[in-house]
Design a binder for this molecule. Sequence first.
Ligand code: GLV
Length: 328
Amino acid sequence: MSKPKVFVTRRIFPEALDMIAAKTHMELWEDELPPPKDILLEKAKDCQGILSLLTDELDAEFFKTAEELRVVSQIAVGYDNIDIAEATRRLIPIGHTPHVLNAATADMAFLLMMASSRRLVESQIFVKEGGWRTWHPMHFLGPNVYGATLGIVGMGRIGLEMARRARGFDMEVLYTDPNRRSPEDEQEFNLKYRDLDEVLAKSDFISLHVILTPKTHHLISKREFHFMKPTAVLVNTARGSIVDHAALYNSLKKREIFAAGLDVTDPEPLQKDHPLLSLDNCIVVPHIASASFSSRLAMSNLAAQNLLAGLNGERLPNCANPEVYGAR
Ligand code: GLV
């Protein structure tokens, strides 16, 4: 039997590439930037598998073109770049990489929380630019993290990892989610279930961990910023467009909230003349929350396993649309 043809849209860990190359005719897109749409469609025409990134738009046109496609394996936990309804309609399983990035992502959210409140980047720039002339009791003040109230919006796997970290900082944790956690979880992590408005109004730190859907698009907008404390710090490691960036800019600029730490933005990448980057109370990093060595290695391996399972007609170890199996 001839080997299936697969297109891998960016270089991942060599271990994972070797695994794929051993079983397939693999074509690897070597550029740093994503393959342009026309190239993606061209490759789609005759490949049976694709290993995609969140920067690849796999829309209805892609699935229509990819007539031989048997599996999509995305190296990310999120898959809002994929027309999942269309894939499901065509019975194409979509693999993704949950679990293995929970700790790294929560670490980054915690880091952004601390760096934003204690003004790490702003003070580093101050030193590098020669502004440090003396110790001053009123310089670079910011809110404490230890003992503060953390609001978690979206208490899934990564939200719970945040709560785990918050325990060590003796924080009170308020959370909101369509699904309430079990009483055991609430007790173990000292979680208090509240509605979104109350979480926003009572928290010193607000960390977003919801997936992007039409319902969560601009979940945090002008109205929501008005609820927040003037000392509040907002952290987003989920998806950029969960936050209305024009409203965020206004709130930060008018100091209606204290600061924001963003791993994700809308759009991505954020151009260097974007108004948010002119603010000293906004930290932006380039969507790197899962970028620890071990997480990215595990994501690479999981993506390879999902891809190969799909090509073999086996159930994917981590499938975003398990409905495809019910329908078979
Ligand atoms: C990164 O944002 C991911 O979804 O894995």
